[in-house]
Design a protein around this ligand. Structure first.
Ligand code: IFM
Length: 441
């Protein structure tokens, strides 16, 4: 019996269960965005892999919704691909807009609640060429896009989030150089982070003005960061700066209406305070930082010998800390675990990972956090950015030729949890020992 689960756990009656995905990672053939071009550049993606046909969600959405509904995972985060809707500046592809309307209708028809995201890392090629979100002046293109999407689609979904992980997007693209345009400039990172808070606010206002009853929120990845050597003042300072750059800004922006970035004058922004109906916290792992190699993050706690296929460690307690932190920011809005999962071929380990993190979700709820739901990243295996196809995060695999879906034991495990609305020791024990083997060893 796992030591981290000592009793059956029941979740609150209205707790919701779902999965999350994104357009570029899942749809396939997103040929008009900056990621498509990035993938063609030698050395960018592991083994030179490309997103290609993705997992073919573009054509298989209806079947996926039916499968997910059957599994009891009836909330679904998806993103609308701006580069499909506006493949060239000012040219709107009405076929793409119709497609997304059909997707949202299919979700509802299958009993799936769609949570619609407007920006998940990829930019239309033409917008990226103008400098993307590095330039505040470009926000006019974004607003025009959001207005169009709102006019066409806002009545087809009740839950919206303008951007996924502004912090990871700005960090990956402008600080770490790991995403297009591949820059490594602290000043640019801060500018993009600032501008994405503005673009978030603008989209919030556009959506809420059109349909005040919509639930519009923000979603960030939260990474607990620790000094590699807690006795070293430089490591402590680096960890605090990392946290101040990465984790704190969205919380402070919503609480105070202020964009506060380390080393810069705080900037008060009109209408940012309170501009969210929910806060989505994505959580994967913790890291530690060492001032001697300031750009290198290592898994926390140190000494983990087993990492997943993108190099993340496992630190379930960090999810509790993150949820507590969001709650204690006093935003007064519901919190969702909007992403959580692990990229591994070992599905038994995925089950353990899920169960360990759900224990922490419940711990946070018991401690007073207003956590209303859990979204697993992801439903069907998808293109894991620079890791290509080498890190399966899905509850469901697929045949690379026919795209036929293949639910894994983890899908059935999470399905059981969702349908029972509880995590039972007996279910965990059985799931961890599929085939009679305890694969945790
Ligand atoms: O695949 C990503 C997703 O696009 C954003 N959040 C983290 C996931 C796993 O790395």
């Amino acid at each position: 019996m796992p030591t981290w689960l000592t009793q059956d756990i029941a979740f609150p009656a209205d707790f919701v269960w779902g999965t999350a995905s994104s357009s570029h990672q899942a749809e396939g053939n997103n040929v008009h965005n900056d990621w498509w071009d990035w993938e063609q550049q030698p050395g960018r993606i592991v083994h030179g892999q490309c997103s290609g046909r993705g997992n073919n969600f573009y054509e298989r959405y209806d079947g996926d919704f039916s499968l997910l509904a059957h599994l009891g995972l009836n909330q679904f985060r998806l993103s609308l691909e701006w580069s499909r809707i506006e493949p060239e500046e000012g040219r709107i592809d009405s076929g793409a807009v119709d497609h997304y309307r059909r997707v949202l209708e299919a979700a509802q028809r299958n009993g799936i609640t769609p949570w619609v995201n407007l920006h998940h890392f990829a930019l239309p090629r033409w917008f990226a060429a103008k400098g993307g979100f590095l330039e505040e002046a470009n926000l006019s293109y974004w607003r025009r896009h959001v207005e169009r999407v709102t006019a066409a689609l806002a009545t087809f979904a009740d839950h919206w989030h303008p951007i996924n992980e502004a912090n990871a997007y700005a960090g990956g693209s402008y600080l770490l150089g790991a995403m297009p345009p591949g820059h490594t400039d602290l000043g640019e990172f801060q500018r993009v982070l600032r501008n994405t808070l503005l673009m978030y606010r603008d989209a919030y206002q556009i959506l809420k003005t059109a349909r005040p009853q919509l639930q519009v929120g923000t979603i960030h990845v939260m990474i607990p960061v620790f000094p590699a050597n807690p006795d070293d003042e430089s490591d402590r300072l680096l960890a605090a700066n990392f946290d101040g750059l990465f984790n704190a800004p969205p919380l402070l922006a919503l609480r105070d209406g202020v964009i506060a970035l380390p080393g810069r004058e705080p900037e008060t922004v009109a209408d940012l305070k309170g501009a969210a109906d929910f806060f989505g916290a994505n959580y994967y792992c913790g890291v530690s930082v060492d001032h001697r190699q300031p750009m290198r993050m290592t898994p926390y706690p140190p000494g983990q010998t087993r990492l997943n296929q993108i190099g993340n460690g496992v630190y379930p307690e960090g999810l509790f800390d993150v949820l507590q932190r969001v709650q204690q920011t006093n935003l007064g809005i519901p919190i969702y675990v909007a992403e959580n999962g692990t990229g591994t071929d070992d599905d038994c380990w995925r089950i353990e990972y899920i169960a360990q993190h759900l224990v922490q979700v419940k711990r946070a709820i018991d401690a007073g956090c207003d956590v209303r739901g859990y979204f697993h990243w992801t439903s069907v295996d998808n293109f894991e950015w620079n890791h290509g196809w080498t890190a399966p995060f899905g509850l469901i695999g697929f045949d690379p030729v026919t795209f036929e879906r293949k639910p894994r034991p983890s899908a059935h495990f999470l399905s059981l949890v969702a349908k029972r609305n509880s995590l039972r020791i007996s279910d965990v024990r059985e799931a961890l020992c599929v085939d009679g083997l305890d694969r945790r060893a």
